[in-house]
Design a protein around this ligand. Structure first.
Ligand code: SF4
Ligand code: FES
Length: 367
């Protein structure tokens, strides 16, 4: 593929980050650390216009996320508007604020799917990570979702303090009658990057988690839950195909209306990010500098430029390349061919030599 914007290439998914507000304090939160990010949320009418424009652009699925999207009282109206447009709606929530009445309102509005996060399989450990006693309420919310007949995905972010809980998390998801269990190693952006020292698992932990996932899949066969496993990126030597390519499949609208090629892209300087208050989604997707900057392959330099995997992993993650090398156009240092790969192996080696530290909390909590 050339670097030219794929004029007929349209996004399939919209990640609608409705708010960065959240009462929980998970240290691995990927939301931005900058306090300025918590102001100027789009109003209901603006979100409805964004959904109209997304549907016209070709989007089929909208993921309603945050922060905690349930803090927005107008969430059912947003879901209803998306549903009227024929969009598949997925609510990504911590679930602790999901009462029977709120779920009924969302179901009546046409909600299609719920992805509910848990911090661990064990209440005390989970509540310690969340910074509040919410685990029991999350389990109650999961039961409500199943009773309402909605498909349920249980999501757990894995890190050094809970990565040993894979078997228990599978058992929990079975008890909750979840359709899917997503076990995703922490991605080191935002607060997670800040707290990487305490969060990064050792190589032995990462290997043991993968073995536990393989064993659980063998045991479950074709049964439920389906297990989706997102491996520990930094422990690998080939990069993840981040976002399935920049400006290729999905776009993110941040709470203040910034339209981003990925949720972490605002940290990359000079992208020329536009907001939905400045331009239409169509204009931004096809013609904005931010979406065209790393689209395709022409922006690549060696070793990616001549590599047969360039169409497979798209050179890895632009944000990780920027965070680790200061150059967003560099090969993702996770790649063994990157001249900066030693940075990553050193980070993982160090983690293996350090005793575990208490997991900090995101602080202060976003309001
Ligand atoms: Fe991927 Fe670039 Fe590494 Fe090749 S050199 S495997 S394209 S990151
Ligand atoms: Fe931004 Fe990977 S998180 S490109």
């Amino acid at each position: 593929m050339s670097a030219a914007a794929p004029q007929d290439g349209r996004p399939l998914g919209l990640l609608a980050e409705l708010t960065y507000r959240c009462p929980l304090r998970c240290a691995y939160c990927s939301n931005p650390v900058a306090p300025g990010a918590y102001t100027g949320e789009l109003a209901l009418a603006e979100w409805c216009r964004v959904l109209d424009e997304a549907r016209a652009l070709g989007v089929l699925q909208v993921h309603l996320s945050g922060g905690e999207p349930l803090v927005r009282r107008d969430l059912p109206a947003i879901v209803a508007h998306a549903h009227r447009l024929g969009l598949y709606t997925n609510l990504i929530t911590g679930g602790h604020a999901l009462s029977a009445a709120r779920l009924a309102a969302l179901t009546a509005a046409g909600l299609d799917h719920v992805q509910l996060s848990v911090q661990d399989a064990y209440a005390a450990e989970a509540d310690a990570i969340a910074g509040r006693p919410v685990h029991a309420r999350k389990l109650a919310a999961a039961a409500l979702v199943v009773r309402a007949g909605l498909p349920l995905t249980v999501n757990a972010v894995l890190h050094r303090a809970n990565i040993g809980s894979v078997e228990a998390l599978v058992a929990l998801a079975e008890r909750l009658q979840a359709d899917r269990l997503e076990l995703a190693n922490a991605q080191y952006y935002g607060w997670a990057l800040l707290n990487r020292r305490a969060l990064l698992p050792t190589r032995e932990q990462a290997d043991a988690a993968e073995a536990a996932v393989r064993a659980a899949r063998r045991r479950l066969g074709d049964g439920r839950p389906e297990i989706v496993y997102v491996p520990a990126d930094l422990h690998d030597d080939l990069p993840k195909p981040c976002m399935q390519g920049w400006g290729a499949r999905q776009l993110t609208v941040a709470p203040d209306g910034q339209v981003l090629p990925c949720p972490a892209a605002a940290q990359i300087p000079g992208l020329g990010i536009l907001t939905v208050r400045q331009s239409s989604l169509d204009e931004i997707w096809f013609r904005s500098p931010a979406f065209n900057r790393f689209r395709g392959t022409d922006w690549m330099s060696e070793p990616c430029r001549g590599c047969p995997r360039r169409e497979v992993d798209h050179g890895g993650c632009r944000c990780q390349a920027f965070q680790l090398t200061g150059d967003a156009a560099a090969t993702d240092p996770v790649c063994r061919l990157s001249p900066h790969h030693a940075l990553v192996t050193e980070i993982v080696r160090e983690a293996g030599e350090r005793p575990a530290e208490p997991v900090p909390r995101r602080s202060p909590p976003a309001r």
